[in-house]
Design a binder for this molecule. Sequence first.
Ligand code: BMA
Length: 843
Amino acid sequence: MNKQTITLAENWQFKQVTEAEWMKAEVPGTVHTDLMLNGKIDDPYYRMNERSVQWVDKEDWVYKTSFKIDASTLKHQHIQLHFDGIDTYGSIYLNNQKVGRTDNMFREWDFDIKSYLVEGENTLKVVLESPIQEGLKALDKHGYALPAINDQSEIGELGDKQVSIFTRKAGYHYGWDWGPRLVTSGIWREVTLQMWDNNKIDNVLVQQNTNQDKAEVTLVTELDQSSNQPLRLVAKLDGKVVDQREVETSIKSVQQHFTINNPKLWWTANLGEPYLYQLEVELYNGQNLLDVHQERIGLRDIKIVQKPDEDGKGKSFYFEVNGRPVFVKGANYIPNDLFLPRVSDSTYHHMIQSTLDANMNMLRVWGGGIYENDIFYDLCDEKGILVWQDFMFACSMYPGDKAFLENVKQEAVDNVKRLRNHASIAIWCGNNEMEMAWAPGEEKMGWGWKQQYTVAQRAEIWGDYEKVFHEILPDVVKDYTDNQFYWRSSPTGGDGEVAHYEHRSGDMHYWGVWHGEHPFSDFRKYIGRFMSEYGFQSFPEFKSVKKYTIPEDYDIESEVMASHQRSGIGNLRIKKYMEDQYQVPADFEDFLYVGQLLQAESIYAAIQAHREKMPYCMGSLYWQLNDCWPVASWSSMDYYGEWKALQYFAKEVNKNTSLIVNHDEKNLSVKIASDVAVQSVSDLTVKLIDFKGNELFDFSKTVEEIKENNTTEVFTTTLREALKEKDKNGILVVTTLKNGGVLIDTDYHYFVMQKELKLPQPQLEYTFEEKGNDLLVTVSTDKLVKNLFIEVNQDNVDLTNNYFDLLPNQKMEVLISSRVNEKISKNNLEFKHLQQTMTELVK
Ligand code: BMA
């Protein structure tokens, strides 16, 4: 092949520009992690250390490496220096001559360097200018401040000077309500030398028209051609040639067509197999292979359906995959670290596997983070997880000068081209919450932003918004993708209408519970067509908290714990809602545990309410799947990858076919919500038992048919009939659904708040069985156990179940295994259940 790539990952050194001493550096890397590596700063995630590293982002840094080039390599016609990403302002020098400058973390950069190279030793230097100093200059030039509510400028020692919006860099680096302020710099993605002669493939756009019977595929290949040689382009699918053609010398863009009959379709995880074909596009000169483009593609058709309701008052908003409406189950996703290059492939595997294991079928890559690494999308493709992709703008208003707009356009082109062929990409969205916060044309709506400005400034700010989100970004999606869907902002009511809680079109972020202090029961009241955000916070489990604290910090109000809680109202909200539902434990460790249950129960109920409203509501993405550092947040997995109680509860409530049991003052009802049709007869049993296991009521029936994307009531009775004179505090309803003898779902339903449950003191028995490195724990009990938590004091472990209720005389098997092949020791296990945390006796 005439193309050659050399990765520049070795011999890197760095220093502060004003200092003399060079230190060892990692590329890809960040200044902060390199300073840690050299023992110059302490881990910013530990206790209050974040505060002592705020100087780092105000300095300029320089990285250098050297590499050898031999005479034959130098003969290549084209030699480019390629950066997959530079964070952010970088001046690039080769052999002390400036070859260019970068100013956008999200873009890829190419510099022609043939004329700068010499035979033998070459030096590459990258000067990283402080994003804060650059931001301050831009703020000065702009003349007035712009809204950036999550920018923690005070912690950054800048007073009220919020500069994040002026730099095209991940917003969350400047702080968020779940993140610290650590404004990084670094060569954060790979650096390569790319060499070729005459011709290469630049990129390939895959277009398809797919249905069950056939897929008509068009490949649009862009070539970099500078020779007069006759060329041939060969397309292969799963190793078989599907098209080949001669290419005329002057042509830059070539189309190839082929048809696949009876294609193996790509499906979301819950509906089928996410089949991927291996695509190769090869460029030949005679028999000589010049270049090859490889990727895995899915044959599928994805649409977003917005059909007016019959009464004309709203419109649907649902995803249709291969002609089938899909109820979306999932979560919002943020970057896994502030220091992005250290996020390992195994972290990505764990995240996406956990998404799949929690029976989800979509992640929303939220706009305050990054356009994720390729591996993220590869894994989503493989596992059948749809991706809602935001462009990187969130909760702020941005400038709109010519240079900024041109920069944004290039960023969009780079990322759209990189990601568009992934089977998982389902929607492109302009930004997070900006339309709703500004609320154009609605004086009474919004977050009070526009009221801070003069008429002229308001016109300018909204004008700049429209240029980016109503022109540049939709144009890029239109021009560079296979007709993919663009949505202006999340949330938006659609048709230019601002989203609100009563709106009957578009997507909805429901924050009445939490921010608005609505009761949990309001999750059932405010349901839109597609719930793209809602959430509730919790702390990490104690094992995780111990990693960033010392015993004197073990109080949620301590300075250290408060610093790892970035929502100003966070602790207040958790305590208030906990008081409503639970007996609030005085013990710190118990508080963390009960807090996780509180979060899990509330979001479980929300997801259930959304599914119950199918097909009116066709999506439920809670805020948020993961964390970027150890912190109290809305996440269902903590920074160390530990599943919180919510992740287990999500797994339960997201099952394709799920029981929903509810009661009100008068009635008890059982419903079945299902994403899929179940044609054969199913068996439903509904039992009422007390906490010692006595049966008080027993009902069973067969269910003839379960419909897809629908919720059907299958049983109802009056409370009077079911409960008789029984004590509500000591009973529960156990509902099971079986099909052909196979258990589909079980649900336990209680009649009172957790704080009012008369939980008995159970006699628990445990047996342990080693299975290779894994440990099988079998738990049994004589009386009801509520929310048994198996705490494993080992890292990187998976449990098949946790935080579960165990019925009297029931047995539960939990397999504990290690993701790093370690032996699980029973000595590392501790157990906790709710009754142990309750100090007040329920009368
Ligand atoms: C949502 C998100 C984030 C934020 C979260 C919790 O609206 O888009 O901006 O972290 O709320 O407040």
